[in-house]
Design a protein around this ligand. Structure first.
Ligand code: LLP
Length: 463
């Protein structure tokens, strides 16, 4: 899902036309800081270290595959978003990217809020001490039970996604004697430049209420009439892994346009707008993500300008980055099991995980990079495909990458930028237990989500 397809490299010219990779880098031992967690480096022996811990030790202590998460990097990125938006805006980390109690505590300490979209995410957030009023509850089909728990626990806002839900939440809030703060999620009709499965603001999809045809204005009309609801704002999320700010610009323009319609019709100026998440990260060296301060500046300017033009008070802005905070902070550590050169094609490198710990390549044609991390190597680059251990040929982790040609079983390789939507979308396909999340920080490692065991899997099988 990297944006660019690349010109043919010098090797294996016969298959290069279908690939998406660049020419091999001059030095395969170099680690591009854009795709690796911040504290990653190679030590004098050529072994990759992160948070001051080397990966050979991590593999011995925690086994492979494992997600290795750099706490300093996570906190640094969370803080950068917080600082960039300042006190006049709110940053809600999107828990769907990756959620655990440790992460919730870090977010709390760094002054971020949290967006959850299921009862399970809400339970995790509350159990780790996130104050309920700093939680936003999302989803296009929240169950009655989930809504009740969200209202009862006092979440700061529920983002309403349909006409039925407007009534449902109002009814539940009223029955509990509450007035629930809500936003209405609208679809602004923007075609975000990203994979079809993760674009969310065009009209022909399941999320939100269309601005087109006056539906969003009608939703506002109804919400304003219901005693159980306090309508505080309008929400728009245009999609994910987006680099081009123009989609946000159009979205902000249309959201502010709706605020104006609401002011003119009801004499009410809604105090908040949420522009969602979706900012892209570097999965390979070809991706060039924006820094949080650039994004904050761009979004704030757009909204301020649009509001001035509409003679509206500038509402409080919130954003919901998930991937942009956690994505780059982790990598997946695998052990190589087999190396299978296919003449004139490429070399298949099988690792001890696969589509069960990273479904993104199979699902979105996502691009990743990979490096040999248990040693340095000066061997010639070989065109490789990193595949998993699952029973299907689409079980690909890294479609096209260069690895040293002396790669052998027992070597450790790592795939960077797997912090977002890998553990959170992991499965037990082929009854493979899900890998642990190991946090590294200042020379220490600790497990924050333990590895699943076969006993865990059997415990669910009660037949
Ligand atoms: N806010 C809302 C309402 C969302 O639906 C999402 C993501 C986010 C914020 C956070 O988006 P982010 O900043 O992480 O891009 N599984 C896909 C991504 C699905 C995103 C779903 N919603 C993937 O692996 O690329």
């Amino acid at each position: 899902m990297s944006r660019s397809a690349h010109p043919a490299g010098p090797r294996h010219a016969d298959v290069l036309t279908e690939g998406h990779y660049s020419a091999p880098p001059a030095d395969l031992n170099t680690l591009d800081g854009k795709v690796w967690a911040q504290t990653v480096t190679r030590n004098a022996d050529g072994v990759l270290t992160v948070g001051g811990v080397d990966v050979v030790r991590l593999a011995e202590q925690h086994g492979t595959p494992a997600y290795i998460l750099d706490e300093a990097d996570f906190r640094g990125r969370a803080r950068a978003w917080r600082t960039a938006f300042g006190d006049d805006a709110d940053v809600f980390y999107a828990g769907k990217a990756f959620l655990s109690r440790a992460v919730v505590r870090w977010l709390h300490e760094e002054g971020l809020n949290l967006d959850v979209c299921s009862g399970g995410e809400l339970a995790t957030a509350l159990s780790a001490g996130m104050p309920a009023d700093r939680i936003a509850f999302h989803g296009n089909n929240k169950s009655t039970e989930e809504i009740r728990r969200a209202v009862e626990s006092g979440v700061g806002r529920i983002v309403l996604d349909s006409f039925q839900e407007i009534v449902r939440v109002a009814h539940i809030a009223q029955s509990l004697g509450r007035r629930q703060r809500v936003q209405i999620r609208i679809t602004v009709g923007v075609e975000a430049h990203t994979h079809e499965f993760i674009a969310t603001a065009h009209e022909d999809q399941k999320f939100g209420i269309p601005l087109a045809g006056g539906q969003a204005a009608e939703a506002v009309r109804r919400a304003l009439q219901l005693d159980g609801l306090e309508l505080i704002g309008i929400h728009s999320h245009i999609g994910s892994q987006i680099f081009d700010m123009s989609g946000f610009e159009v979205a902000a323009h249309r959201v502010v346009g709706l605020l104006k319609v609401i002011r003119d019709e009801h004499g009410v100026e809604l105090p908040e707008i949420d522009l969602g998440g979706g900012l892209g990260i570097a999965y390979t060296s070809d991706d060039d993500p924006r820094e949080p301060h650039e994004i904050a500046k761009a979004l704030t300017e757009i909204v301020t300008r649009e509001c001035e033009a509409a003679r509206l008070r500038t509402p409080r802005i919130s954003v919901e980055p998930g991937r942009a905070i956690v994505g780059p902070t982790a990598f997946t550590l695998y052990e190589v099991g087999t190396v299978k050169p296919l003449d004139g094609l490429r070399t298949y490198v099988s690792v001890d995980g696969g589509m069960s710990d990273n479904i993104r390549t199979a699902l979105y044609d996502a691009e990743y990079s990979v490096a040999l991390v248990s040693r340095a190597s000066d061997a010639e680059p070989m065109l490789a495909r990193v595949v998993g251990k699952h029973c299907e040929s689409g079980d690909i982790v890294v479609k096209d990458a260069f690895l040293p040609s002396d790669l052998a079983p027992g070597d450790l390789i790592a795939v960077p930028a797997t912090g977002a939507y890998c553990r959170s979308m992991a499965s037990n396909y082929n009854h493979v237990p899900r890998p642990p999340v190991v946090v590294v920080h200042e020379g220490e490692s600790r497990v924050v989500v333990r590895r699943e065991t076969e006993e865990d899997l059997l415990r669910l099988d009660v037949g």
